[in-house]
Design a protein around this ligand. Sequence first.
Ligand code: GDP
Ligand code: MN
Length: 378
Amino acid sequence: MKLHEYQSKQIFAKYGVPIPKGRVAATAIEAGEIAAELGGRVVIKSQVLVGGRGKAGGIRLAKNPRETEELAAQILSMEIKGLPVRKVLIDEAAQIDKEIYFGITNDRAARKPVMMASAAGGVDIEEVARVTPEKIIKVHIDPLLGLHDYQTWDIAAGIDLPRDHWRAFGQIAHGLWNAYVACDATLAEINPLVITADNRLLGVDGKMVIDDNALFRHPDLVEMRDLDVEAPSEIEARKYGLTYIKLDGNIGCMVNGAGLAMTTMDIIKLFGGEPANFLDIGGGASADKVSAALRIILSDPSVKAVLLNVFGGITRGDEVARGILSALNDVKTGVPMVIRLVGTNAEEGRQILADAEMITAETLVQAAQKAVAAAKTN
Ligand code: GDP
Ligand code: MN
């Protein structure tokens, strides 16, 4: 789960990272009021969960509250990389002498978090990473030992940070590391960390990504989730307790059990097809859940055929069949459905489906072949 800049910076501040004074606004008028409170020049920053807002015109400087209001109105009516801007952060404008990149992420290959910094920070850091990766200093952190002071000095020296900033930099490094650990983050990033004209270090931009698998122990972070940026189908799936991941192919899959779902995807590929999604309806799926699952699969316009592979253990075949029919009642579709149903009450289920003129299959191989063929001709 990605956090917005203002949320990330608030967390960083709690851990001792200096950030500009500021507040978030949902309307231009509010933005103007915040600018008046802050006094002086402000920066108006679109809060959208994509990078490169600056280059897209989503970050503007304003001299006074009136100008803030005007620019905030403009930014609040923008879409950046397809995402609507619903909030703007109004921060005291920083006078920037130098922009540093500073971040922590997991290095899976090293099986450790890695702290990274670069003197070439700011909006072109991706380009720096691609063209001159040696300009990015990396230090691995042993998760059991934590961050040591000497490591922060190594980084400070590596980016040629003037000596008088080392103490402040060390505090920021520890703050970022503590925030990263405490929030179960997979990314904590300050880009840019700036040296201001009056010679202070200041975190001007912030970004955090939280490990979804750890969200159960962070109810406060879950509340920060921005539903605007998630695919509506994935939000809907979560509501029904379905595990749904959209993929690039054209054969929709509805399966019970993650292992069986993966097997089904493999077999589709074996016969030359491409799955459009991973979807696990789980055990004991009710007609309701099946119906929701089917609606979600069919909401993807690239789906040309659907393969339902249900092994009835706890999940009863007749329940599944009724769910399919009720879903097809809601969502009228011409997309062919291939159904393989085995296990508890499979007979009853198959009968219900046969009466409704659906394509049934005895084995998974047959089902996959039929689905691939149906997707090709549809
Ligand atoms: P991003 O484009 O989404 O990464 O947004 P940032 O918050 O990093 O802002 C992009 C760029 O705008 C920064 O690298 C700075 O050059 C500039 N910028 C951001 N905030 C300020 C500010 O307070 N004052 C000044 N002068 N420039 C800023
Ligand atoms: Mn940035």
